[in-house]
Design a protein around this ligand. Structure first.
Ligand code: SIN
Length: 287
């Protein structure tokens, strides 16, 4: 059901558990306090917010990101920046498969990507991510979002009790889009976070592990932990918990990294895809 907010923005839910489109906004103009409040409210309720038909400069993207909290900084050391990062403003990540002299100019260039939370391998992962589409392929390259709340609420109670209070270990090699693909060269970092994360703003619990970056459970040997993790990943990625976003040029998505995971579907290697990504810092680490 479509609802109007205090600011007259329309909120159109996209699935039962996750995703809403907001209409009535031109992000090239400064947003009013009422609009920002309405977006924040919808963001906490729907986890992923879609804005269509925007035409932003990089400065606009940074300004819009900052409405939702301090803009996150790039965590990877500059020596690992792809060459295209020189041409964009600081704290914007260029995600693209475009190549110069055979080398991708941006991060996460090619194909399918497993479900993950951005930066879960760091001590305080960013709370939110914004992704703005500049060029899209004719098919594929969809971004899929899964609700960690819905997965938590429906997890087998016996398994939930077994995992309650435990922490999971996360690790990431940048460049990797599929676990074990050997594309990463060096670890960004390693972290331990609660298996179930309590959201610092909603107070709700979400499953906080993912297929790409989670490598173990604290205090459990891998022969016991891996089948449990595989079972939990399969549960989290059930179609009923997912919103699949088909990109059009000019889309901006804002998603909540504390309670949702996302993945990317394959797309043709000979078609260009170019996105600009920013993040919003989290006021409170997961533990
Ligand atoms: C990301 O995981 O930040 C990138 C997702 C995408 O390219 O669709």
């Amino acid at each position: 059901m479509t609802t109007a907010t205090k600011s007259d923005l329309e909120v159109i839910p996209l699935t039962n558990h996750i995703g809403a489109e907001m209409r009535g906004l031109d992000m090239t103009k400064p947003l009013s306090d009422e609009d920002i409040e309405a977006i924040n409210e919808a963001f906490l309720k729907h986890l992923v917010i879609v804005f269509r038909d925007q035409k932003l400069t990089q400065e606009d993207l940074l300004r819009v990101t900052a409405y939702f909290g301090p803009v996150g900084h790039m965590r990877r050391p500059p020596k690992y920046f792809p060459p295209g990062f020189d041409k964009i403003l600081p704290n914007i990540m260029l995600i693209t498969n475009i190549r110069e002299n055979g080398e991708p100019i941006g991060a996460l260039p090619d194909g399918e990507m497993m479900f993950h939370h951005d930066m879960i391998h760091s001590a305080n992962p960013d709370a939110g991510t914004m992704l703005y589409s500049v060029e899209v392929p004719t098919w594929g390259g969809d971004t899929l979002f899964a609700s960690g709340y819905a997965a938590y609420d429906t997890l087998d109670p016996a398994l939930r009790n077994k995992l309650e209070g435990k922490r999971a270990r996360h690790f990431y090699n940048y460049g990797s889009v599929v676990k074990g693909d050997g594309k990463g060269t060096e670890a960004f970092g390693e972290s331990l976070h609660p298996f179930f994360r309590t959201h610092d703003q909603t107070g709700k619990k979400a499953i906080y592990v993912n297929r790409l970056m989670t490598v173990g459970i604290e205090g459990m040997d891998d022969t016991e932990a891996q089948p449990i993790l595989d079972h939990v990943f399969d549960h989290m990625e059930k179609p009923e918990f997912i919103y699949a976003h088909k990109w059009q040029v000019g889309d901006i998505l804002l998603w909540d990294n504390r309670c949702s995971t996302h993945a990317r579907t394959d797309f043709p290697a000979d078609q260009r895809r170019l996105m600009l990504r920013t993040t919003v810092e989290c006021a409170k680490p997961p533990y």
